[in-house]
Write a protein that binds this ligand. Structure first.
Ligand SMILES: Cc1cc2nc3c(=O)[nH]c(=O)nc-3n(C[C@H](O)[C@H](O)[C@H](O)COP(=O)(O)OP(=O)(O)OC[C@H]3O[C@@H](n4cnc5c(N)ncnc54)[C@H](O)[C@@H]3O)c2cc1C
Ligand SMILES: C[S@@+](CC[C@H](N)C(=O)[O-])C[C@H]1O[C@@H](n2cnc3c(N)ncnc32)[C@H](O)[C@@H]1O
Length: 790
């Protein structure tokens, strides 16, 4: 396909690594030889001390769970390792002393083992040597490798192929490279010029340039918005990206101490989420990658592209607040990390602290795409706390996307997504650190609130920076709120986005006393045993051997297995499900779903295609063979794994796209990441859920009876007014229903023995305890069984 002619002028807003790398890529492509390129930045000079891309150091490592980023990081590292004067790593800009991860408590130990396994596997896949990753068994080993002889650690591992970059020097290098390549007037830097808004033509659909705060204007054929955490002040990014402030502290060290520490690996204590990078210029940096702070400020809607609202309307956007001290809570966390790592320096004052701003996206993926419905405006932002390491290559990817040549996988990951509605920030960044911190935060919350358990970080609210600064409370992130997704072209309300239960009258025990929600416990023991039996025999001997060494108590939490991006879960179960004719069972079950429907533990959404989601049409009722009382009016999908939810959401979109317009679902669709067993994760709609569906979920949860009890609370209670959508005749007064399709123990003792022997191994691999007594779980839950099918 022929490319359209290149733009005659391109204006890049933001001289951080996203903007500078874009300009470098443009300058190196002959296609843009005649294009006038301008980089504008609000900062009077570059490197901008307040930009995310500027600091003493940024970690550069390929340790990602997501293979896309692992591959990109490895690609970038090739350029980082170029130590020549004109290479990214030259003049001390990049060092590779390794990256050491430690744990100091048993709780995080299991997780670090998984990380270690992932990193080893990915380094092998990437062709690196196995020796690059070293297991450090015990505190002595950790002390030897880290060089910190007082460090407390149970064990850890080091990846010697990771390093760190001097971020400020890198930005300086990129700037001078641009000046060199753009000599002769092709490139202009306009510094100290803050863009106030984008300008549009009369049709209001074509961006024509920018309007500066000082009243100047600048026209361009193409504007690339790469303003990092400030991007949301110019284009409506609500529900797509949010600025969250992160904690950095520095202590002074002597020259002698620096000499001793400067070649040590970067060290991250996974139990606390705090890390230390080797010092330079006699400053040792201690930082936290965790929940961040927000700075919500009112902004005129009319200044923000794609933002609806009247002339005078204001919206609230979190924007970076420059030059502030880290709140006490953050300083305390860094001080505690120092006590663990370097007790003898632990009481030194922080000579400098800084809140540095991430542009966090709900998925941690960057946003590198055109703004839909507009021409002339492209967005490159959403670094989500892990964008710096890609400085050598991200510009090429951005320009590839502008030209429509970026590989499909990256285009998809970095696409302009639908807003997730209210989104307060990811608070954590790199894919595997994300999972780690989910656990760290979970343990913190457990201490603070016995009922709180791990939740996904996909929607964890950040603390307002002003509140943190004034009171400095150790504000813990609240439970995750649902991610409510507006359906295009349809009315969208927020009734299901609340944090807690709206119905205060529901009390523990109430649903136990009465004949409550009907439970359709279809425990298909025979079928599932046949499936597992055939698998089991082939792996039985091996399983017994391995299981003997596995430290995995029966029914312990193995839900992490569902967060493995490298696995194709659908592919793994397709054949066995076909063999067991499971689809028919699934269909029979979900076709009983009506009204406000919640499907929990939905995994990759294997039931989605089986729901009847066609809208009600009075004229076609006969044709559809349905009455209003069997309609689904809203549907909420939940899983505690973000990976599962991403896949489920994509599946839902694909299924809907295949349907003729008139048959697409017109009710509200929600996707909620989080443990549905925790109060507040799923909001109870007025009148409760009419139907709750779970298939194959009991096997993969640690506290299944408690989970089912919670489902009971979320259901419409007997006698409770049904949702307004349900016609009165559809209410039999017995409350909502829970439809279960589960697998577990058999009636046969010999089969149970086999199941028990292989259970640990199976749970370890598949995140599923296949030997649970489902009937007993239901009994313990206190719910009343209305009907059971085998
Ligand atoms: C504390 C912290 C630690 C991090 N650690 C790592 C790490 O270890 N490894 C890693 O890979 N990544 C890390 N990151 C992430 C990484 O630094 C960022 O993803 C990356 O630097 C983002 O670059 P950017 O160009 O998008 O934004 P920035 O570097 O912030 O650049 C945006 C620029 O836009 C300018 N601008 C904004 N608004 C306007 C306007 N209206 N008009 C004109 N100019 C404007 C700003 O002045 C600024 O210079 C970290 C980030 C932080 C904050
Ligand atoms: C065996 S899979 C079943 C997936 C799907 N229901 C199906 O039938 O294919 C179990 C799923 O339960 C999810 N899960 C486990 N515990 C959960 C919890 N407490 N809340 C929500 N989802 C949970 C896991 O992430 C996993 O996706």
């Amino acid at each position: 396909m022929d490319q359209p002619p290149p733009p005659s002028s391109i204006l890049v807003i933001g001289a951080g690594v996203f903007g500078l790398s874009t300009v470098l890529a443009l300058l190196q492509r002959p296609r843009y030889a005649k294009t006038k390129i301008t980089i504008v930045d609000a900062a009077p000079d570059i490197p901008n001390a307040y930009g995310s891309s500027v600091d003493s150091s940024r970690i550069v490592r390929p340790d990602y769970n997501d293979p896309i980023y692992a591959r990109l990081a490895a690609e970038a590292q090739v350029l980082w390792r170029d130590q020549s004067a004109s290479g990214f790593g030259g003049h001390g800009r990049y060092s590779e002393p390794g990256f050491l991860l430690t744990v100091d408590d048993e709780e995080k130990s299991a997780y670090l083992k998984e990380c270690y396994a992932n990193v080893t596997a990915s380094s092998e896949r990437g062709g690196a040597s196995k020796d690059d990753v070293e297991l450090l068994e015990g505190e002595d080993e950790v002390r030897r490798v880290s060089g910190y002889d007082e460090i407390k650690a149970l064990w850890g591992y080091v990846n010697w192929r990771s390093g760190w970059a001097d971020a400020a020097k890198t930005v300086e290098f990129m700037r001078s490279k641009i000046e060199e390549l753009g000599a002769g007037g092709r490139v202009a830097f306009r510094l100290g010029k803050k863009v106030d808004r984008l300008t549009v033509d009369d049709s209001k659909t074509v961006v024509t340039g920018v309007h500066f705060e000082d009243g100047d204007q600048l026209a361009a054929d193409l504007v690339v918005l790469a303003a990092g955490a400030w991007s949301a002040s110019l284009v409506d990014l609500r529900g797509r990206a949010v600025a969250t402030g992160q904690v950095l502290t520095y202590i002074e060290i002597t020259q002698q101490e620096e000499e001793a520490m400067k070649d040590r690996p970067t060290i991250m204590n996974m139990s606390r989420g705090l890390f230390v990078i080797p010092p330079r210029q006699r400053l040792l940096k201690i930082a936290r990658h965790a929940f961040g702070y927000r700075n919500p400020v009112p902004v005129r809607a009319r200044n923000i592209l794609a933002c609806e609202g009247g002339e005078e309307a204001e919206i609230e956007v979190s924007l970076p607040l420059n030059g502030i001290e880290v709140p006490k809570e953050g300083q305390d966390a860094c001080r505690a990390a120092l006590h663990e790592l370097l007790p003898r320096m632990a009481d030194r004052p922080f000579v400098k602290t800084r809140v540095c701003w991430y542009s966090d996206t709900p998925t941690g993926n960057f946003i590198i795409d055109w703004v839909p419905a507009y021409q002339g405006i492209f967005v490159a932002t959403g670094g989500s706390g892990h964008g710096f390491k890609f400085a050598p290559i991200i510009g090429d990817k951005i320009v590839d996307r502008i030209e429509g040549r970026l590989e499909a996988e990256l285009s998809h990951s970095w696409r302009w997504r639908e807003s997730v509605g209210e989104f307060d920030g990811l608070c954590v960044h790199e894919q595997f650190v994300k999972a780690l911190l989910r656990r760290v935060d979970a343990s913190v919350r457990r201490r603070a609130n016995a009922s709180a358990r791990a939740v996904s970080d996909r929607k964890r609210p950040a603390t307002d920076i002003t509140a943190a600064l004034s009171t400095a409370p150790p504000v813990l992130p609240a439970l995750q709120k649902p991610h409510t997704r507006p359906r295009p072209g349809r009315h969208y309300d927020n009734t299901q986005t609340g944090d807690g239960d709206s119905d205060g009258a529901l009390r523990a025990g109430r649903y136990r006393r009465r004949i409550g929600p009907m439970v359709w416990a279809s425990c298909i023991f025979g079928f599932s045993l046949a499936l597992y039996g055939s698998y089991y025999y082939t792996t039985y001997t091996q399983a017994l051997k391995v299981a003997a060494h596995l430290d995995l108590p029966q029914n312990s939490d193995v839900s992490d297995r569902w967060r493995d991006r490298t696995r194709d879960f659908d592919d793994e179960v397709d054949v066995s499900e076909k063999f067991l004719l499971l689809k028919a069972k699934r269909r029979r079950l979900v076709q009983r779903a009506t009204g406000n429907v919640l499907e929990v533990s939905c995994g990759t959404g294997r039931n989605m295609e089986l729901y009847d989601l066609r809208p009600y049409d009075a004229h076609e009722t006969d044709g559809y063979g349905r009455s209003r009382r069997t309609l689904i009016t809203s549907i909420t999908f939940n899983d505690q794994s973000d990976v599962m939810m991403e896949r489920a959401e994509a599946k839902f979109d694909a299924l809907e796209a295949q349907r003729p317009e008139a048959q697409r679902f017109n009710g509200r669709v929600n996707f909620v990441v989080g443990d549905a067993g925790i109060k507040g994760v799923i909001a109870r709609p007025a009148g409760g859920y009419d139907t709750i569906v779970q298939t194959m979920g009991v096997c993969s949860m640690a506290d299944a009876p408690g989970f089912l009890r919670r489902l009971g609370e979320l259901c419409r209670q007997p006698g409770e007014q049904p949702s307004e959508w349900l016609p009165p005749e559809a209410d039999d007064g017995r409350g909502g229903k829970i439809l279960l399709l589960e697998h577990g123990r058999s009636y046969y003792a010999w089969l149970n023995r086999l199941l028990d022997n292989g259970a640990k191994m199976h749970a370890n691999n598949y995140g599923c305890w296949w030997n649970k007594d489902v009937a007993d779980v239901v009994r313990q839950s206190g719910l009343v069984v209305d009907r059971t099918d085998d």
